[in-house]
Design a protein around this ligand. Structure first.
Ligand SMILES: C[S@@+](CC[C@H](N)C(=O)[O-])C[C@H]1O[C@@H](n2cnc3c(N)ncnc32)[C@H](O)[C@@H]1O
Ligand code: SF4
Length: 346
């Protein structure tokens, strides 16, 4: 694969059309190719059997096709989750998780190798940002999971390693392809974009009218604490973030999810639950409480179960919809915030 060649899995349909017309081929061929690439998930041009051999050779002269390469997989004891490490074409690696729920199967997808946001609780950002993933590399994770499990992925959560809104263009292209009829046709409401709070991108996302589920990693109910846990808060403090979330809910009609990882003695006190209830008062939203996953390097210690229940009770009494997230695949560390890149650089 030469660096001058374009990865067709990275292109959306209009850009595929430009590619095909550039080869002097009728535009409708782009749609046919899109179905091979995004619906059937082929790994080579040779498999595109309704395109002539001559055309496939011309495509191969100008393009390449990334494809999922599973490096390792670990199945949780209860069989409800599988964690994958995918090897990328340059030797980097990303983790993804397949989760079976009663209501369908979800893929938790990484959007970057590493992350530059430096949240205090998170293992994904420990080594900083290595590089962005392309939209095709995000798509490959879903295809790889489907091919390995033989099951259809019906939901996607962008909660793997990386900050999706810090890799905004590629993330949007990925969503465009996975929701398309020529792709996996997953409804926008079954796609969750999780962010630590990049306000301008949240506002832009609302304007896209994609009806995506927005999840915001809140973790603190006031700025002083949030500045230390989620450092992007210094740039986009809670007042701006919550206003953007209220507008997102207003513009899309979609309930915003707030992720709140409970850490013993840090953000799990009763008065903090009260502050949180006041912050979210009257918003179309939902709070997901997660007993934090321990991360030794970060000194993160999860709250005790009784404290989680107490915190939940305060929110409920103040009319906030709240759930405690079931931990899937805890025995394989498959839970969010535990995804790392583990292959050594080439
Ligand atoms: C790894 S992030 C990726 C998506 C995006 N960058 C974000 O922050 O929302 C996914 C979720 O995992 C959470 N998370 C990170 N470390 C965690 C930990 N130790 N325990 C529980 N959740 C954690 C994040 O705050 C976020 O809600
Ligand atoms: S929580 Fe999200 S934004 Fe923060 S370091 Fe981890 S991956 Fe990055």
């Amino acid at each position: 694969m030469s660096s001058a060649k374009v990865n067709l899995r990275d292109l959306t349909l209009p850009r595929l059309e430009v590619f095909f017309t550039g080869l002097g081929v009728e535009k409708y061929r782009a749609k046919q190719a899109a179905e091979w690439i995004f619906k059937k998930g082929v790994s080579s041009f040779g498999e595109m059997t309704n395109l002539s051999k001559d055309l496939r050779e011309r495509i191969a002269g100008a393009a390449w096709l990334s494809h999922p390469e599973i490096h390792t997989r670990e199945v949780a004891q209860q069989g409800d989750a599988i964690k994958y490490l995918f090897r990328l074409h340059d030797g980097e690696a990303v983790e993804s998780v397949f989760m079976r729920h009663d209501y369908g199967s979800a893929a938790c997808v990484s959007t970057q190798v590493g992350c530059r946001m430096g949240c205090r609780l998170c293992a994904s950002g420990l080594g900083g940002l290595v590089r962005n993933l392309s939209s095709g590399e995000m798509y490959d994770q879903v295809l790889g999971i489907q091919q390995d499990t033989g099951e259809r992925v019906s939901r996607v959560v962008l909660m793997g390693a990386g900050e999706p809104l810090d890799n905004y263009r590629a993330t949007l292209d990925f969503i465009t392809n996975i929701t398309a009829g020529y792709g996996l046709n997953i409804s926008g409401r079954h796609i969750t974009v999780s962010t630590c709070g990049l306000v301008p991108a949240i506002r832009d996302l609302a304007a896209q009218k994609l009806a995506l589920t927005l999840a915001v990693s809140l973790h603190a109910p006031e700025d002083t604490l949030r500045d230390t846990l989620v450092p992007i808060n210094k740039k986009y403090p809670l007042k701006e973030l919550i206003a953007a979330c209220r507008d997102y809910a207003g513009q899309t009609g979609r309930r915003v999810t707030f992720e709140y990882a409970l850490m013993a003695g840090i953000n799990d006190r009763e008065e903090q639950a009260l502050q949180l209830a006041r912050l979210l008062e009257g918003m179309l939203c939902h709070v997901n409480l997660i007993p934090a996953n321990p991360v030794a390097e970060r000194g993160v210690v999860p709250s005790a179960q009784a404290q989680v229940e107490l915190f939940k009770g305060v929110l409920e009494r103040h009319g906030i919809a709240v759930t405690v997230r079931r931990k899937l695949g805890a025995d394989i560390n498959a839970a969010c915030g535990q995804l790392r890149r583990r292959l050594p650089a080439p």
